[in-house]
Design a protein around this ligand. Structure first.
Ligand SMILES: *[C@@H]1O[C@H](CO)[C@@H](O)[C@H](O)[C@H]1NC(C)=O
Ligand SMILES: *[C@@H]1O[C@H](CO)[C@@H](O)[C@H](O)[C@H]1NC(C)=O
Ligand SMILES: *[C@@H]1O[C@H](CO)[C@@H](O)[C@H](O)[C@H]1NC(C)=O
Ligand SMILES: *[C@@H]1O[C@H](CO)[C@@H](O)[C@H](O)[C@H]1NC(C)=O
Ligand SMILES: *[C@@H]1O[C@H](CO)[C@@H](O)[C@H](O)[C@H]1NC(C)=O
Length: 226
């Protein structure tokens, strides 16, 4: 009689282990490796469960975009924080994918080789390295070499939303001015007419531009609040 007790316990243990390992990929995968891709319906979820990366539809159902949103809000569309393929939506719902391409770029494709968006970096993967994409707990998407160096991050390419942790502004060394750009409309994340950024004339003021015309400026910061 007693022989069977350990056996049933072992069996139960095995069943639990199998069930856990089956359900694991569904929750909380936050990385994408070379050769892997994210298809419509798949998402990456950041550690801590705050951010999610996947496909969304702001307007017409056959225009799909890949972006990052807050997981905790039920109205996902209200909280789109970042968009990859702003200008070119995925139109082939079964063919669209976000993938890490063999040349080491994060890309959005419509069908096979029909590329809609790319991180477009030229740093190749050296022979003894591989590359991985991770949605971090702060909402940043990073692309790292296997030695841990980051070769691209979404925080350097904001859409229209500031996320705590982003370094905003004018890089005096490279001359790159990070600006936030409005959506064209509520249903179209393509770059709209309004941008917000730091005055490239180095006046330490924030500007909102409508096209090339300044529409608002913050005033020089005088070291005081208000
Ligand atoms: C859409 O993608 C699927 C899967 O890649 C492909 O078989 C199909 O031909 C594509 N459709 C169009 C219209 O390109
Ligand atoms: C990639 O960069 C090249 C050169 O800077 C540019 O001509 C090309 O349009 C870019 N492609 C994408 C998909 O951004
Ligand atoms: C990879 O190769 C480079 C030179 O090609 C070398 O400097 C580096 O130490 C190597 N890294 C590893 C992890 O082997
Ligand atoms: C990638 O780099 C960031 C720092 O830039 C680090 O926080 C993260 O853990 C790294 N992830 C992987 C998978 O290497
Ligand atoms: C953006 O600017 C263009 C050119 O000035 C104008 O035709 C268009 O109506 C503007 N769009 C919006 C949404 O204001």
């Amino acid at each position: 009689m007693n022989y069977f007790l350990p056996f049933t316990k072992i069996l139960l243990f095995c069943v639990v282990v199998i069930l856990c390992s089956l359900s694991l990929p569904c929750r909380g995968k936050d990385t994408l490796t070379l050769g892997e891709s994210l298809q419509d319906g798949d998402t990456l979820i950041s550690k801590g469960d705050i951010f999610e990366l996947g496909f969304f539809t702001p307007g017409e159902p056959n225009r799909r975009y890949i972006g990052v949103w807050y997981r905790s809000f039920s109205t996902k569309l209200e909280t789109i924080l970042w968009v990859a393929n702003r200008e070119k939506p995925v139109t082939n719902l079964s063919g669209g994918a976000l993938a890490l391409s063999p040349d080491g770029n994060l890309i959005v494709t419509n069908t096979g080789s029909d590329m809609l968006w790319s991180t477009n970096i030229s740093t190749p993967i050296s022979n003894n390295q591989s590359r991985i994409v991770q949605l971090l707990a702060d909402g940043n998407i990073v692309m790292n070499n296997s030695d841990g160096t980051t070769v691209w991050q979404s925080f350097d390419y904001p859409t229209d939303t500031y996320i705590p942790g982003m370094r905003v502004g004018l890089d005096l060394q490279t001359g790159v001015n990070q600006v936030f750009t409005s959506w064209r409309s509520k249903t179209d994340p393509a770059p709209g007419n309004f941008t917000l950024g730091i005055d490239p004339g180095r006046s330490t003021q924030l500007f909102v531009w409508d096209g090339r015309r300044p529409r608002w400026r913050s005033g020089r910061w005088n070291g005081q609040v208000c």
